[in-house]
Design a protein around this ligand. Structure first.
Ligand code: NAD
Length: 294
């Protein structure tokens, strides 16, 4: 049986790892948080003790980590996954940008490297309904990776080019983040003019303005004023910056992306480093002269 390694057991990594366990796979796990490791061990995983131990003992290693810099260090660093023995397959489920995917593939020619960022949030990760956008070698994908990914979501193979999955994910995140920004703007205008926020969302979800923010984020986290959807504004800003850098290098102007980046930066200033990305609504409300703490 293939031994699978999983590094990074956070909001997304923990449920994805749990779904690999539920599918009957033998799983070795690691995270800098001992609590995160203990939660997976309680479900049947084995604690690897280090990132390097994952490379030593596993044929396939998945990563789900916050930023490209953390992924790079966790894979190529002195104590990283590939420091003593590299796995046959390395699959990065994080949103870490196409450039890192290219860098990992060229630094590890002996490893089948895949970039496979995901979309669908914590709920999607729990229910194994996330979309998974995959770039990497097609033969290895079909032979050894696709069936594993099907245990955690719905994989879409985007091509051999390293970073193909990451590029698709950045496109998706632009649309998702712009939906939050424009929904916050429309809602702030309507509220200022005296409309009821819950009624507005009900109408939008039956009208052409429907989007992923009106459908999921407002009902779950903005209308109840909990701002706890489960995706950190800091991570959303990281994604938007990755997109803007790539788009600039490609000569593609993305003015809507620039607006969203600005909203996210202001959200972090206003709400602090732990803010959820749905707190963009508060920034827009404050600019409209509404009281976001109402
Ligand atoms: P998170 O902060 O909840 O989890 C990250 C985990 O990595 C934490 O458990 C942390 O302890 C661990 N970690 C950090 N550095 C480490 C290291 N050096 N070695 C081992 N473990 C380390 O983040 P998340 O929300 O689960 O996001 C993970 C990735 O998935 C990010 O790239 C994010 O952009 C992407 N993503 C998140 C969502 C979401 O809704 N949360 C959706 C799609 C994609």
């Amino acid at each position: 049986m293939t031994t699978i390694g999983f590094l990074g057991l956070g909001r997304m990594g923990a449920p994805m790892a749990a779904n690999l366990l539920k599918a009957g796979h033998k799983l070795l796990v690691h995270d800098v948080s001992a609590e995160a490791v203990a939660a997976l061990v309680a479900q049947g995983a084995t604690a690897a003790g280090s990132a390097a131990a994952l490379g030593e003992q596993c044929q396939v290693v998945f990563t789900s980590l916050p930023t490209p810099a953390i992924v790079r260090e966790a894979v190529l660093g002195a104590d990283g996954i590939c420091s003593t023995k590299a796995p046959a397959i390395l699959c990065d489920l994080s949103t870490s940008g196409p450039q890192l995917a290219v860098e990992l593939a060229s630094a590890l020619p002996q490893v089948a490297c895949f970039d496979a960022p995901v979309s669908g949030g914590i709920k999607g990760a729990e229910q194994a309904t996330i979309s998974i956008m995959v770039g990497g070698p097609s033969t290895e994908y079909e032979a050894n990776l696709r069936s594993l990914l099907e245990a955690i979501g719905k994989p879409f193979y985007m091509g051999e080019t390293p970073g193909a999955g990451q590029t698709m994910k950045l496109v998706n995140n632009l649309l998702g983040a712009v939906a939050i920004g424009v929904t916050a703007e429309g809602m702030a205008f309507g509220i200022k003019q005296g409309l009821d926020p819950a009624k507005m969302i009900e109408v939008l979800n039956q009208s052409t303005g429907i989007n992923s923010a009106t459908r999921d984020k407002w009902p779950r986290s903005v209308l109840p004023r909990t701002f706890d959807f489960g995706f950190a504004a800091a991570l959303s800003l990281k994604d938007t910056r990755l997109l803007m850098d790539e788009a600039q290098a490609a000569g593609v102007p993305l003015p809507l992306g620039q607006v969203v980046q600005d909203y996210l930066e202001r959200t972090l200033v206003r709400e602090g480093p732990a803010a959820d990305f749905t707190a963009i609504a508060k920034v827009v409300e404050a600019a409209a002269g509404l009281d976001p703490e109402r």
